[in-house]
Design a binder for this molecule. Sequence first.
Ligand SMILES: Nc1ncnc2c1ncn2[C@@H]1O[C@H](COP(=O)(O)OP(=O)(O)O)[C@@H](O)[C@H]1O
Ligand SMILES: [Mg+2]
Length: 238
Amino acid sequence: MTALLEVEDLRVAYGKIEAVKGISFTVEAGQVVTLIGTNGAGKTTTLRTLSGLLKPVSGRIVFDGQPLNGIPAHKIVALGLAHSPEGRHIFPRLSIAENLQLGAFLRKDADGIEKDVQRVYELFPILGERRKQASGTLSGGEQQMLAMGRALMSRPKLLMLDEPSMGLSPIMMQKIMQTIAELKAEGTTILLVEQNAQAALSLADQGHVMETGRVALSGTGEALMHDESVRKAYLGED
Ligand SMILES: Nc1ncnc2c1ncn2[C@@H]1O[C@H](COP(=O)(O)OP(=O)(O)O)[C@@H](O)[C@H]1O
Ligand SMILES: [Mg+2]
């Protein structure tokens, strides 16, 4: 079986600074794969490159059988790769409903779009209750729900989440992680970037530890969670 996403020897630089130094990994359909690692390891750079927002120096990205090199970002969304970015980037003056519509900007099937809006409101009832409210009035956790909902509105084959739990209260973080588990149970394929290694690894089929632009260690979520070096570096044990 070929993987839904194949990344091979990917290198990405900002000018002379190499942020991603030749990483390889795959995501199979139906899997949750996580990239963990400290600040500056190159996780966000990797996701932004997969989305077509950054151009790699070299390497191969194949999504659903199609090489992505040189394909513009909006076409990558149309191919089924959605990105909920670090920092959320919702449109604060637009309502929740309007932000969700923006996530469906490439779709023409009004009935399908409406169905998916309702599905997002089922996943996150608070968004439904406040659908006419300006999104800037939402709490951080609610804005994260909206960013995830907006990404789901393109009906992605692969959902990429960059630090969904960042800056959230423990309760809100738990809620977000629960929703990711729910999406996984429904068969959604997810590439999850997290600094909360414990939460990410407990959900993930496969995990990769990134350190300064490289994949330092790979394994099942279970294996990495029990790996001594991972426990020391990322799970706060000594
Ligand atoms: N826009 C940018 N210009 C220059 N360097 C950047 C830029 N964005 C990130 N970097 C650098 O690239 C490296 C990887 O960053 P990033 O991908 O954001 O890491 P992570 O998401 O794992 O924290 C870091 O050294 C960071 O300082
Ligand atoms: Mg980041």
